[in-house]
Design a binder for this molecule. Structure first.
Ligand code: PMP
Length: 337
């Protein structure tokens, strides 16, 4: 019997780049303890969380911003730094689906620069698209949905070449999964004095708190002040703050999970390639199957096996790395298509 013939009992979501692991016991306990305070408002602007993140990351509190997921911080940044459709936001496309959405929400103009044939952000073409009207360039490292990475030298060269009126939003949502690859860390660039940079990080992926909606940005105090003018009062819950503190306290356990997922990524990449699928090298917790012709059939076969993967019709599949069992279901679905 093939995977497609089986009646799946479980539905595995390998479509949204979430971690397949439920919250750690220590995190659950912290969340449960916070429930008794839910009749009270959290802090107006989450100062306690910003102070905590600043101490943990070794930066000043003035240079930290927090928001409703890192997508919330990204939206606030675009709202703060653009002022109408004449102000442009430039990014490689395809990318994270929210980039056009938040650019539209901010009322700015979108400039979408095609990826290279290898699924990389085309830094030269992005530079070529920058004009006097450009306010923000969004770079995603590692990139969603292709998993490709921008290396240190290329990033430095790119930042050096940008005119000073442009702010770079460096989205590092998947950086924890980069593994042995030594990728440039935005926080180091900031510490080295780069001052037209907002580094976005999230607790949704490696930290496993997607449901609590919490992300942060690191930047200069001046830029942080401007981004905070777009913060929604009371929007970061005390439960979320507590869960962040507990998760950072459990980093050793989380690192084991990250290691397990990156090992599975390696296994899945090799196995899928062995089955004849074109799979890009990935530094994130997902793989990009560059298969315009066969992606719809792949998506159908996975769905039949109880696994949701993300279909980009006519382009490919983005496959989030799940538990070994879920990954095995994908492999069985991928055979013989
Ligand atoms: N950036 C990228 C590149 C993403 O893929 C995602 C989630 N899919 C996010 C940001 C959003 O994360 P958050 O849950 O922190 O809003």
């Amino acid at each position: 019997m093939t995977a497609v013939d089986e009646k799946p009992l479980t539905l595995h979501s390998l479509a949204l780049n979430e971690t397949p692991y439920p919250p750690l016991d220590s995190v659950r306990k912290a969340i449960a303890d916070s429930i008794s305070e839910l009749h009270l408002y959290p802090q107006f602007y989450a100062d306690g969380l910003m102070e905590f993140i600043a101490r943990w990351r070794g930066v000043t509190t003035e240079s930290v911003v927090v928001g409703s997921g890192s997508v919330g911080v990204a939206l606030q940044t675009l709202q703060a730094f653009t002022d109408g459709p004449q102000d442009e936001v430039v990014y490689g496309w395809r990318a994270f689906d929210a980039y056009p959405i938040i650019t539209d929400m901010a009322g700015a103009g979108r400039i979408e620069v095609p990826l290279t044939r290898d699924g990389e952000q085309d830094l030269d073409r992005i530079l070529g698209a920058v004009t006097d009207r450009t306010r923000v360039v969004i770079l995603c490292n590692p990139h969603n949905p292709t998993g490709t990475a921008v290396e240190a030298a290329a990033l430095e060269k790119f930042l050096d070449a940008l005119p000073p009126h442009v702010l770079v939003l460096l989205d590092e949502a998947y950086m924890e999964f980069a593994g042995d690859a030594v990728l440039p860390q935005g926080i180091d660039l900031l510490k080295a004095g780069r001052d037209r940079l907002v580094v976005l990080r999230t607790f949704s992926k490696a930290y496993g708190l997607a449901g609590l909606r919490i992300g942060y940005g690191l930047t200069t105090p001046g830029t942080a002040r401007r981004i905070r003018t777009m913060s929604v009062p009371y929007s970061i819950t005390e439960t979320a703050r507590t869960a962040v503190v507990a998760s950072v306290g459990a980093e050793a356990e989380l690192n084991e999970r990250i290691a397990a997922l990156t090992a599975e990524r390696t296994r899945m990449q090799a196995a899928l390639r062995g089955l004849g699928w074109r799979v890009l090298e990935s530094r994130a917790n997902f793989l990009w199957l560059d298969e315009p012709e066969r992606c719809a059939a792949f998506h159908r076969a996975c769905a039949g096996a109880g696994v949701q993967v993300r279909l980009y019709p006519g382009e490919g599949i983005r496959l989030t790395i799940g538990t070994p069992d879920a990954n095995d279901l994908v492999l069985r679905s991928a055979r013989g298509l």
